[in-house]
Design a protein around this ligand. Structure first.
Ligand code: NIG
Ligand code: ZN
Length: 417
């Protein structure tokens, strides 16, 4: 298929221009071109600018042409934190939470993540691929063109590898790009209860070498939380993973303020995620060391917890990314419109900051700000076309997707019309 496409006469091209994470005040700058055109050749952005300038001397008959008159055009969204490959559901637990049980109460009773571990261990690769594909289709309809996916519902090496291989397959067969994260330290498996240090040893000695050797994941992540993995255990695992060449992420300060944000800065994580309870010092450390603060408003909403302090983080010069956290327990949603609604209405982020958080800063959170996350020459031709003329409609049409078309690598892969 021809990967050459012109998207012309857009009311706005919201470029989000940049090749690295945007911090603090920089997050407000979207670099909008009125009456703009984007040209993509062989899947890569070749030109962007005012329509009259860009289309001069171009033979349009050589391209697929999309007329974006009265539409806004943006970079594809990057959902930089999900757990989208899992078997089984936990709808019953959701009902318990509505009646007042906390996420951690359910975990202490042997439910929670461990429940999904059973479902995922029992699922075949084919089943996981089928389920994963459905979820990716849904993400694409919301304008997501790159997604990060974590293992972590296997805990044993075979099932962790099964999850990562499922993501590998899906990456090949589905238009979305998938960034793979190994999260073997997502929970303490039943067989290691009370022997958490030994489980970390097992991961360091057996899991990581194979994951690295077979290039099964780009990132290593850990759930650093009271009654899960401590700061010391997290430091030990992340430092080893870094030594072995992996990039780092951490689930930090979600329920209890343990100092995960500070640890992320200390060990050089690319991102620290959740951060509902992050301390002032942790936030300052992340800003200083350039750790992307990935906040997951749908999770706080679903758990009925206070939102992370996005406003404070931006005012302290952090680079904030937003993501869905799609998972079968704390937050079963792939809804980008819900992320926008919560970020702008309840976390005091401006529309511009929220867009930056889901584009260039999402790209930075997965280590790909040089390739995706903005409409700049040389980047992948990953584009979202809205059914409205301005980016202001994204949160204004509350909880509803405003995405009309999605172009991935220069090919039209979603069209609502
Ligand atoms: N908090 C830890 N991990 C996931 C939830 C996983 C689950 O409950 O299945 C998260 O990021 O929200
Ligand atoms: Zn997570």
């Amino acid at each position: 298929m021809k990967k050459n496409i012109i998207i012309k006469n857009a009311a706005q091209v919201v470029t989000c221009s940049g090749f690295a994470a945007k911090h603090g005040k920089e997050m407000s700058k979207l670099h909008v071109i009125e009456n703009g055109t984007v040209i993509i050749e062989d899947g890569i952005i070749k030109a962007v600018g005012k329509s009259d300038d860009v289309l001069k001397n171009i033979d349009e008959s050589k391209y697929n042409v999309i007329d974006a008159t009265e539409k806004a055009v943006l970079p594809g969204f990057v959902d930089s934190h999900t757990h989208f490959v899992f078997g089984g559901y936990r709808a019953e637990e959701f009902g318990w939470r509505l009646r007042g049980d906390s996420y951690m109460d359910i975990m202490k009773r042997g439910g929670g993540i461990i429940n999904s571990v059973e479902g995922t261990r029992n699922a075949s690769k084919e089943e996981l691929i089928k389920l994963g594909k459905k979820r990716l289709d849904s993400m694409l309809s919301f304008g997501v063109t790159t997604v990060e996916g974590k293992s972590g519902y296997g805990l044993d090496l075979d099932t962790e590898i099964k999850q990562l291989e499922v993501m590998e397959e899906l990456d090949k067969m589905h238009p979305l790009d998938i960034v793979k994260t190994y999260l073997g330290a997502h929970a303490v498996p039943k067989e290691y209860k009370g022997r958490e240090d030994e489980f970390i040893d097992e991961i360091i000695e057996k899991h990581l070498p194979e994951i690295v050797e077979r290039n099964l994941a780009e990132f290593c992540d850990i759930f650093c939380e009271q009654n899960v993995f401590s700061i010391q255990q997290s430091r030990r695992l992340l430092s080893k993973a870094k030594e072995m060449g992996m990039k780092l992420k951490i689930h930090a300060d979600e329920i209890v303020q343990l100092g995960g944000a500070e640890l992320a800065a200390e060990v050089g994580c690319v991102s620290a995620d959740h951060l509902l309870q992050a301390s002032d010092k942790g936030i300052e450390d992340m800003a200083e060391k350039g750790v992307v603060s990935t906040i997951l408003p749908c999770t706080a909403f679903s758990l009925k917890e206070e939102f992370a302090r996005a406003r404070y983080m931006i005012d302290k010069n952090c680079a904030v990314a937003l993501a869905t956290d799609l998972n079968p327990g704390s937050c079963f949603t792939e809804s980008i419109p819900l992320v926008f609604a919560l970020a702008t209405l309840y976390m005091n982020m401006t529309i511009e900051e929220a867009i930056t958080a889901l584009t260039i800063n999402g790209a930075a959170a997965v280590g790909r700000a040089d390739q995706i996350g903005s409409i700049d020459v040389g980047k992948k031709g990953d584009i979202v076309i809205l059914e409205f003329p301005s980016y202001h409609f994204i949160p204004y049409h509350i909880g509803v997707s405003t995405v009309e078309k999605v172009v991935k690598d220069g090919i039209l892969v979603f069209d609502k019309e």
